[in-house]
Unconditional design. Structure first.
Length: 709
């Protein structure tokens, strides 16, 4: 039965006008037209908009509209320039195949423009106008750099145009030599008298030979003898530039010297380009395609070279110079480091045999070995590797390492001590928090609070903990958290009632731990029993201290009167370095927790569920299934922490400035180079710091390469 318009109700007509027919939608999609979608305004979008407005209003009020506008303008300019350079570079290399002459000309213009403007901006080019003429014509605007940039771009662009225009091969060599020589002469006359170099011919010869051999060898390996000759010319030209401008003293040369410094490498580069044949269309197409990767790589490589490679080479060179960098010193700086007792002192290495911490570590290691042997007999193995044996062994070796490193003194051993303690504890605590908080109620809040110190700078964290460690006169009220707690414990120890209450509470905790030990043994959960036993030992020690010699900060005079006694934690305590390490552990635990938590959540649930089905407990699932899966992530966290700890500087600088036997390599490097003006010794310490980090970085890179393979 057909339905007429009269049979339709009001609701049907509304649906028909609001819903587009299916065949019309299909037709639009077939024609490639976008599907019409209505804009939905939700409570979430309104909330995000209000939050954005609130943040902008806060910044406008707190920072100020003027400063905020300047910052936004800088951001916009930086983004626009970056996008323009990226698009321009792609458009430039698009010309390599079809418009080779235009491509080379534009390359010459860009290199000449940028090179001349950089040199003039560094104050090495002369002024094109007298000061009175410049003020009369251009007023307050200094356009000298832009004029030199235009001259350099036009000159080098003309040279590249003549070199790349179609002609016979015989004409390329004289044109290239003449063009580059003229550009070298122009550059020489552009230099100001204060920037002319003097020559150290020995260094110049070494740089030229080294550059020719190195780059020539690379060319030989890549393209054979023909490319090796051209590459050797390139290396000789670059070596001449380095030796002429880096070997002598700037400002003590003459016009002849600056001509030699610029014209000779220009002639060498002219010969090199003159011997190059006109590229075939196939090679031009290859250049165009390969340029895409270089457009992405070159900016990063430039930043790495300027911020890492060049300073590294300069620092290594400077480490073999004397304190004011005027003459060679050989290995004097390195001998001074390892012969100075403040840096490397092994005189007290035998004292760790009398350290209680050492023997406690030995006892814990022995306990782990005994448990391993006993467990092995039960499972018919020579030694059972489980959490109940691994944890005591690792803990014992950690205590032994701390005992040894606390007896040997010096900057280098302090750095090793920092690496052992901070890396171990930050990783262990971060892993423990990640495991305990996984899928727990309030997980996000707990992890946010633990990760929060990562937002604080090392300087800020050092100042915060310096206030926490501060000690006021015993008669005054303590404002530092640590001394307040210490004095409060001393007050409890000197009060009979408070001591009794504390002992009762500790005894109750001891009973609870004993029950946990019994439960762990009954359920064969070694980690539960072992952890509870360790805590029970600590509780028993605290009970002994309260009942015996007392605990906390107090002193008793001859008349039997007690008074508070404070402690200078980073200065006077035997393990004062540990109190500084606590600051970095507090910061880096959040980092380790976040990375390891992500790794734990990435473990396939099929593995853990299968282990539970087979009867494994939660502890066994973690130690036997989860932990082996996240070992690569633990390696990444450990290597990252080692690199961070090796170059620790800010915390030591703020808290103790290296006094009280807390010196580290980075702080001693800063003190030697800038405080004592001993540039050679500071550079040698920087090289030692670099060499100590290098193996860790190599191991990390190799492991990542194996993981990808």
């Amino acid at each position: 039965m057909a339905i007429t318009d009269d049979d339709k109700g009001v609701g049907d007509s509304e649906v028909e006008t609001q819903v587009e027919p299916r065949d019309r939608i299909v037709g639009k999609l077939a024609r490639g037209e976008p599907e019409e979608r209505g804009t939905r305004i939700t409570a979430g979008s309104i909330g995000r908009l209000l939050l954005l407005v609130a943040v902008l209003a806060f910044l406008g009020i707190y920072v100020g509209p003027g400063e905020m506008g300047k910052t936004l303008l800088k951001v916009v300019v930086a983004v626009v320039l970056s996008a323009a350079l990226f698009v321009g570079a792609n458009k430039l290399f698009d010309q390599a195949y079809g418009k080779w002459t235009l491509f080379n000309t534009l390359i010459g213009v860009a290199v000449g423009f940028v090179g001349f403007i950089v040199l003039e901006s560094n104050g090495v080019f002369r002024s094109l106008f007298d000061d009175r003429v410049k003020i009369l014509i251009f007023g307050p605007y200094d356009i000298n750099a832009w004029l030199w940039a235009v001259i350099g771009g036009a000159a080098l662009g003309a040279v590249m145009f003549l070199l790349s225009a179609p002609r016979q091969q015989l004409a390329r060599l004289p044109l290239a030599v003449a063009g580059f020589t003229a550009f070298g002469v122009l550059t020489a006359f552009a230099f100001d008298e204060s920037a002319r170099p003097s020559f150290a011919w020995g260094k110049l010869a070494i740089c030229v030979v080294a550059g020719a051999l190195l780059i020539g060898l690379i060319g030989l390996l890549r393209g054979g003898p023909t490319l090796a000759i051209r590459s050797a010319l390139t290396g000789a030209g670059l070596g001449w530039l380095v030796g002429a401008w880096g070997g002598g003293e700037i400002g003590r040369g003459n016009l002849t010297g600056v001509l030699l410094a610029t014209v000779v490498p220009a002639v060498l580069l002219g010969v090199r380009f003159g011997l190059t044949e006109e590229p075939s269309p196939t090679r031009r197409r290859r250049i165009e395609r390969r340029s895409r990767s270089w457009i992405f790589l070159v900016p990063a490589l430039m930043f790495i070279a300027a911020g890492l490679v060049i300073p590294l080479i300069k620092t290594i060179y400077q480490s073999f110079r004397n304190r004011d960098n005027t003459e060679n010193a050989g290995l004097v700086n390195y001998r001074q480091i390892f012969s100075d007792d403040n840096s490397f002192n092994l005189d007290g290495w035998r004292d760790f045999f009398t350290s209680r911490l050492f023997w406690i570590g030995v006892a814990v290691v022995g306990l782990g070995l005994v448990l391993g042997v006993i467990g092995g007999r039960r499972t018919r193995q020579s030694f059972e590797r489980s959490e109940s044996t691994t944890i005591p062994v690792l803990l014992g070796f950690f205590l032994i390492a701390c005992a040894v490193l606390s007896t040997v003194r010096g900057t280098i051993f302090n750095n090793i001590w920092w690496v052992v303690v901070v890396t171990t504890l930050a990783t262990a605590i971060g892993l423990a928090v990640a495991v305990l908080a996984d899928r727990a109620r309030g997980e996000n809040l707990a992890k946010s609070l633990i990760f929060l110190p990562m937002a604080i700078s090392f300087v800020g964290a050092g100042i915060i903990w310096r206030f926490m460690y501060i000690a006021r006169p015993p008669s005054d009220e303590q404002t530092g958290v640590m001394n307040s707690l210490w004095v409060w414990l001393g007050q409890i120890s000197t009060s009979t009632t408070s001591t009794a209450i504390a002992v009762i509470i500790l005894a109750a905790a001891g009973v609870g731990l004993a029950l946990l030990i019994r439960r762990g043994v009954a359920m064969k959960q070694g980690s539960l029993a072992g952890t509870s036993a360790g805590l029970l030992i600590i509780v028993a020690y605290l009970i002994y201290r309260f009942l015996g010699p007392g605990l906390g900060g107090f002193s008793t005079n001859e008349a039997g009167e007690t008074s508070p006694q404070t402690v200078l934690f980073p200065q006077e305590t035997p393990f004062n370095n540990m109190w500084l390490m606590v600051i970095l552990i507090w910061i880096q635990t959040g980092f380790a927790m976040v990375i390891l938590s992500a790794a734990i959540k990435a473990v396939p649930t099929e593995l853990t569920e299968a282990a539970k089905v087979d009867g494994a407990t939660e502890s066994q699932v973690f130690w036997r299934v989860t932990l082996p899966q996240i070992v690569p992530t633990i390696g990444v966290v450990v290597t990252t922490l080692i690199v961070t700890v090796m170059k620790v500087f800010d915390i030591v600088k703020v808290t103790t400035n290296g006094n009280f036997d807390t010196q580290v390599i980075a702080n001693e490097m800063f003190t030697s180079a800038f405080g004592e003006s001993n540039e050679g010794l500071g550079a040698a310490l920087a090289v030692i710091l670099f060499l100590s980090v290098l193996p860790v970085m190599y191991i990390n890179i190799r492991r990542m390469q194996r993981a990808r393979a």
